[in-house]
Design a protein around this ligand. Structure first.
Ligand code: IPD
Ligand code: CA
Ligand code: CA
Length: 257
């Protein structure tokens, strides 16, 4: 993949981050969207900017955004213009811009920009993963009892709550610590950085996970569904963790399937 393309996408993610920061902590226009979900003018402004900018820079690449949709065929940008909208709306500073490049619905480049940390985490197929300029290389990890994990709650999917709670119960009994940050892209970026040893969640959407998926893989984490099966952007569950931990978690999740 061309370095210039990557640089341009990183630049775009930072510009979108500036748009978010301009609105953060100020009064927002907010609308309801789906089940107990919201969208703000910051989500829309960030997505509109990314659509315009990326379409002008790369007219041959399609665009799909969480808020306004698009086409998924061929080469396409898959964008979550503000991951962690509820945090953002309430003034909690955990949120991210997430941009993936999909080729035939498979992520080949991911850029996650976290404006409040001034941090851009990216990874490209065969090129490794980086946090700003630092190369990310995860070790094989430790056992669950020595691991610090992130997760997310399936709040907008009532039918997923019970099966999710089953998994949470088992992990809470065994892990060193579990956090729910409220932004899946942030969680995935932090797994790549080694801040979290692993992450699992139910019911995420392609724009939440596409960028993070390629980043964690390129950083050296294992990525699958929670039972160890192949993950794709439409999978109902996601599990990523350092190698040893991943195997232990898969075994636990299979035992309660
Ligand atoms: C949400 C966040 C959250 C996850 C939700 C997502 P949004 O994305 O990633 O962590 O638990 O399922 O919908 O709506 O803030 O872009
Ligand atoms: Ca999201
Ligand atoms: Ca979003």
């Amino acid at each position: 993949m061309e370095k210039d393309l990557i640089k341009t996408v990183i630049y775009a993610s930072k510009k979108a981050g500036e748009i978010l920061l301009k609105h953060f902590g100020r009064s927002l226009e907010v609308e309801g969207k789906g089940l107990r979900d919201i969208v703000t003018n910051a989500d829309i402004e960030s997505e509109d900017f990314l659509r315009d900018f990326l379409s002008k820079e790369f007219p041959e690449i399609g665009f799909y955004g969480e808020e306004k949709g698009g086409n998924l065929e061929g080469l396409v940008w898959m964008v979550d213009p503000l991951d962690g909208t509820k945090n953002f709306f309430r003034g909690l500073d955990v949120f991210a811009v997430s941009i993936a490049l999909l080729d035939g619905k498979k992520p080949i480049l991911g850029v996650i920009h976290i404006p409040t940390k001034n941090l851009t985490v990216w990874g490209a197929k065969g090129m490794g993963a980086y946090a700003n300029d630092r190369k990310l290389e995860l070790d094989e990890g430790d056992s669950l009892e020595n691991s610090f994990l992130a997760t997310g709650f399936p709040h907008g999917n009532p039918e997923l709550v019970d099966p999710y709670i089953e998994t949470l119960r088992e992990i809470l009994k065994r892990a060193m610590g579990v956090r729910r940050m409220g932004s899946a892209a942030y969680d995935l970026a932090m797994v790549a950085c080694g801040l979290f040893d692993g992450f699992w969640e139910f019911g995420l959407k392609p724009w939440d996970t596409a960028a993070g998926a390629i980043i964690v893989k390129e950083a050296g984490a294992v990525l699958s569904d929670i039972y160890g099966g192949e993950w794709d952007i439409f999978s109902q569950t996601i599990l990523t963790a350092k190698r040893k931990l991943h195997a232990e978690m898969v075994e636990i999740f299979r035992s309660i399937r």
